[in-house]
Each structure stands twice: as C-alpha cells, then as structure tokens.
Write a protein that binds this ligand. Structure first.
Ligand SMILES: Cc1cc2nc3c(=O)[nH]c(=O)nc-3n(C[C@H](O)[C@H](O)[C@H](O)COP(=O)(O)OP(=O)(O)OC[C@H]3O[C@@H](n4cnc5c(N)ncnc54)[C@H](O)[C@@H]3O)c2cc1C
Ligand SMILES: NC(=O)C1=CN([C@@H]2O[C@H](COP(=O)(O)OP(=O)(O)OC[C@H]3O[C@@H](n4cnc5c(N)ncnc54)[C@H](OP(=O)(O)O)[C@@H]3O)[C@@H](O)[C@H]2O)C=CC1
Length: 495
C-alpha cells in the first residue's frame, strides 16, 4: 500500500466560513437529497447519488468542517478491499452539485419533509439519509471519577489522550477490540494495565492461535523493523469557536501515527500487564494509593492507575429529534434499516455506524461498525434514494453477501472473511491452519467440508480464492489437509 511508505504530514489549514448559511430557508428545488453527516457513510452516499444523477441537487449537512472520503482503493478480491481514509476540508470538496453546509441537525419534521438545524436554518428536502455515526460506549463508573475516564473517537479525544500519557505513569485500558489492540501496539514509555474479558488478546478480530502469533510483536514492539512509516496527507482541523463544530467524524486509520504516543517512562515489555478473563466490577477514586483511580475486578483484584481508556465499543449517535413521528430503533439504539437502507419513515434512509442492519442477513455477512460497511451502506443508500426518486425497483448490492474486512493489527495485514471466528456455528465446525511464524497465519473455518470463513494474516494472496470458496460452497473434503499445503497452489484449483 503506497500510503505506508512515506512520512505522515500534518498540514494546518484554516477552515472556511463559506459553508455557513446566511439564508434561513432552503427550498426543496435546491435540495432533492439531504444527507446528514460528513463521515464515510454520508460522503459515499452523496458521491453515489452525484454519480448516478449528476444534475440533482444534493446537500451534505455536517457539524464538522472536515469531511472524509475513500482514497487509494486496492481491490484484494471481489469483496476484500483495502483503502485509505482521507480528510478534506469541506470547502475543498469539489463536486458541483454537492453543497456542503456546516451546521448541526436539530429537528426532523418528516411529515412536511423539513430539517431544522441548530443554527436556525430550515431545509426542505425530498429524500433524506441519516449518517451521523456513533460515539464511544464507555464502561460504567461512578460520577466522581468521570474526569478520569476517556474514550477515543475524534481529534479532540486523541489530544486529550496524548496530554494524559505525557503526564501519567500508568493507565488502565479496558476492552479487547480494535482500539485497544491499536493502543497496546502503538503506545510506549508508559505502564498499561490491559483488562480484557477473554482468554486472549484482540478477541473481536482474532482467535487464540492468532493471538499467540501476535505476541512476539507485542513483546518486541519497539524494534525499528516493526514499524512501518505511513504516508497520508492530512488536514488537521483548526478549531473554530462555534460550538456547532465540536464533533468530527471518527478518526482515520493511522490516527495513532499522527501524534507522539510516547509517555515519559523508559520503554520495556514489562510495562504491559494483561489481566485475562477479567470483568470490571467498579471504577472509583482512591485516596490510600499513589494513583488516583482504582479499578476493581470481579475477582476482587484492584488495579491502580492515573486514568482509564474505555475502548469498549460504540453506540449510535443521534442528537436530533423527530417532531410528531417515531423512527424504529433497534435494541442498541441504531436506526433500523431494511435491505435497501430505508428506515421506518418512507422518505428517510440511514447508513453507517448510526444504523442497525435490520434485514435478514446472508449466511456469511454480519454487521460490524467499520469503514468498509459505512462505505457499502452509504453507497447502497445512495442507489436506493435514486431508485426511489425515479420509481425504479432495485435489489441489494452483492457486497452484503459476504462479510469482508481488511485491516492492520500489530503491523500485519489482517483479512477477515465470512464467519472467520466460527460465529453462529456453535461447535459444529472444523478449523484448518497454516502458520509460518513472523510471516503468515491462515485459518480456514469449514462446515460440512465447505469453507464458511477465513482469517488471513500477512500477505497471503488468498483473499479472492477464499471468497470464491465461501460463496460457491465447493466441497473441500477430497483435498484433505492439502488445501493449505504451501507446495500446492490452491488458487490454481479454484480460480
Ligand atoms: C479510533 C478509531 C479507529 C478506527 N479504526 C478503524 C479501522 O481501522 N478500520 C475500520 O474499518 N473502522 C475503524 N473505525 C470505525 C470507523 O471509523 C467507523 O465505522 C466509521 O467512521 C463510521 O462512519 P460513519 O460515516 O457512519 O460515521 P462517522 O465517521 O462518525 O461520521 C459521522 C458524521 O456525522 C456528523 N454528525 C453527527 N451528528 C450530526 C448532526 N446532528 N448534524 C450534522 N452532522 C452530524 C459528524 O460530524 C460526522 O461528520 C475506527 C474508529 C475509531 C474511533
Ligand atoms: N482495525 C480496525 O478495524 C479497527 C476498528 N475499530 C472500530 O471502531 C469502533 C470502536 O472500537 P472499540 O471501542 O475498540 O470497539 P470494539 O467493538 O472493537 O471492541 C469493544 C471491546 O470492548 C469489550 N467490552 C464491551 N463492553 C465492555 C465492558 N463493560 N467491560 C469490558 N470490556 C467490554 C468488548 O467485548 P465483547 O465483544 O465481549 O463485548 C470488545 O472486546 C468499533 O466499531 C471497531 O470495530 C476501531 C479501531 C480499529
């Protein structure tokens, strides 16, 4: 990936006021499509509509002056894609029919198709798509300890994190998913008490064997060969004073490389202590210790630290209200959408982290709040909105047939396909592995002799073959263990 070859650059640029509105009302003939949110879902939705209907008027309403778009897309298979996320100052986003307004949505009057912003602007729209993302779902804690608990989401939260690691000796890290895995690998020169509910690290993405495979990376994380240098042209948002610009989209993939992630202690593998199978019972202040915060675990063990990072997942983000109408939500607060991304309100669609995929999923797809899905959902919503306007019938995109996520963990490329962790298979499946230490870790999940999921760590080149094997459900029994024999090129068999 080219973006990992050069150095990160941060360019400070002042944001323009030109996206603010002097008018108090926008008519429907100036806004066929109203999209709320300038993250990957919202921008992908706007770009798709603009591509399909270049003449129609699109308004992208977003509370941050930075918007996100996908760049450097590399197709690894039919489904698996690797891409970078680029942040653009909204005034530099040049699409003639997409008008960006920097303001916060406050009220939706869906019966009359009006959106009212916090700044007092009334937008009359024909079709709307809500793409307002999510926010960190923090662990439970008592009120008096609130100022010691942080979540990581946007530029502000990262700055706060950076400030704290510079002035602290030790922090508690709770959670075992994407953010915790990134922090544990990227941070140095500070003590970390990592509290995880599971028997192995990074359980959201990998199994116990892969966790072992990564352990050597974790213990040698400061070796210079381990770190790749990243190139990304970045625009750091220069803060405006207006309250309405406070929250941005979720951070980009290399957020941890943008800042100095070093504390002030000497570096040592001993600095990381992992508490396995550990549930947090309570977090409170302590007076009888050198550290201000005490995390009490379910086994009564006490962990003392200066502050706590709660990397414990996200919840859909909705700060706006509906007037005289109720939108259907799921149990996790996500906006319920059907297979065409339509909500329970006829003229309103939703995409990305804010929504709950409410349709009957294909056997090999499940929802996870990730860029890949924010992009796919945004594009699907765009297509559906165009079809609705034109009174056309469309079907759900093929990408929802197979779960696919490409990411980087502990310095390795990681590709997750289908039921990569045996999700929903109970105990009725087989696993096949090929492991070359420090190079690759390949796991096939087989049910009734057919591939139903795969975890590919390293540059395996097996992405497309695995996608085909999962979708075509070819019986692999005749190949036995040879299916992963490194001397046999399985791609030749099946491509
Ligand atoms: C630290 C971190 C690292 C991550 N790393 C990865 C990764 O490596 N790979 C991966 O696939 N995913 C990763 N994710 C998850 C990924 O960032 C999200 O799934 C994705 O950004 C969701 O996109 P979205 O467009 O739905 O929401 P967001 O990116 O959150 O965008 C929401 C937008 O809505 C705007 N908005 C919100 N409310 C309003 C309102 N009322 N009015 C107007 N505008 C509003 C916001 O300003 C923002 O522009 C990471 C997340 C975090 C926090
Ligand atoms: N490389 C990537 O693809 C990355 C993706 N992301 C995405 O960004 C979003 C936010 O990341 P993150 O916060 O790490 O969320 P994740 O959903 O990835 O992980 C949350 C972790 O916290 C655990 N957890 C939840 N509640 C508690 C609790 N009360 N006590 C202890 N542990 C708890 C979860 O365990 P359990 O599952 O058992 O509930 C899980 O291990 C996610 O959508 C994530 O997928 C973020 C960074 C990198």
């Amino acid at each position: 990936m080219t973006s990992h070859l050069e150095t990160t650059q941060s360019i400070m640029m002042s944001t323009s006021q030109s996206n603010r509105q002097d008018k108090t009302e926008i008519n429907q003939n100036e806004c066929t499509f109203l999209i709320i949110g300038g993250g990957i879902a919202g921008v992908s939705c706007a770009e798709t509509i603009n591509f399909l209907l270049p003449g129609e008027k699109i308004i992208l309403l977003t509370e941050s002056s930075l918007i996100k778009s996908v760049t450097n897309l590399v197709q690894l298979g039919k489904f698996s894609q690797r891409f970078d996320i680029q942040e653009i100052i909204s005034k530099d986003f040049e699409k003639p029919n997409i008008k960006i307004i920097t303001d916060e949505l406050a009220i939706i009057k869906s019966k009359t198709k009006e959106a009212i912003t916090k700044g007092g602007l009334k937008i009359n729209y024909n079709l709307m798509c809500i793409c307002t993302g999510s926010r960190p779902k923090l662990v439970n804690f008592s009120d008096n300890v609130k100022s010691y608990i942080i979540g990581i989401r946007d530029t502000d939260s990262v700055k706060e994190f950076q400030k704290r690691i510079k002035t602290s000796k030790r922090f508690g890290l709770i959670g075992n998913g994407g953010i915790a895995s990134e922090i544990i690998y990227e941070i140095g020169n500070i003590e970390i008490e990592w509290i995880i509910k599971d028997q192995h690290i990074s359980s959201t993405f990998i199994d116990q064997g892969a966790a072992k495979f990564f352990e050597s990376r974790l213990n040698n994380k400061n070796s210079p060969n381990n770190k790749m240098i990243v190139k990304r042209m970045r625009y750091m948002e220069e803060r405006e004073t207006s309250e309405s610009l406070k929250r941005g989209a979720a951070l980009g993939p290399d957020w941890h490389r943008l800042i100095d992630m070093k504390g002030n202690l000497s570096s040592s593998p001993e600095n990381i202590k992992v508490h396995y199978n550990a549930e947090v019972k309570s977090i409170g202040l302590c007076t009888d210790n050198n550290f201000p915060v005490c995390i009490e675990l379910a086994n009564d063990e006490k962990v003392f630290c200066d502050f706590v990072v709660s990397a414990t997942g996200v919840e859909p983000f909705k700060t706006f209200n509906f007037e005289n109408e109720v939108i259907k939500l799921s149990d996790d607060g996500g906006i319920f959408v059907d297979d065409l991304m339509k909500t329970s309100i006829d003229s309103i669609f939703a995409a990305g982290d804010v929504c709950h995929a409410g349709w009957e999923h294909s056997k090999y797809w499940h929802q996870m709040r990730l860029w890949t899905q924010a992009r796919q959902m945004g594009m699907m919503a765009g297509k559906s909105m165009v079809a609705k306007l034109n009174n056309e019938e469309i079907y759900q995109d093929f990408c929802f047939e197979l779960f696919s996520h490409v990411t980087k963990l502990y310095g390795y490329q990681v590709v997750l396909l289908g039921r990569y962790n045996g999700q929903g298979l109970e105990d009725d499946y087989e696993l096949l592995f090929r492991i070359t230490p420090d190079k690759e870790y390949i796991k096939f999940v087989l049910k009734n002799g057919c591939l139903v999921g795969a975890l590919l760590i390293g540059e395996t080149g097996l992405e497309e073959t695995c996608e085909n094997l999962i979708l075509n459900q070819i019986d692999l029994t005749p190949f036995g263990d040879d299916i992963l024999n490194p001397n046999i090129d399985i791609e030749d068999y099946f491509d």
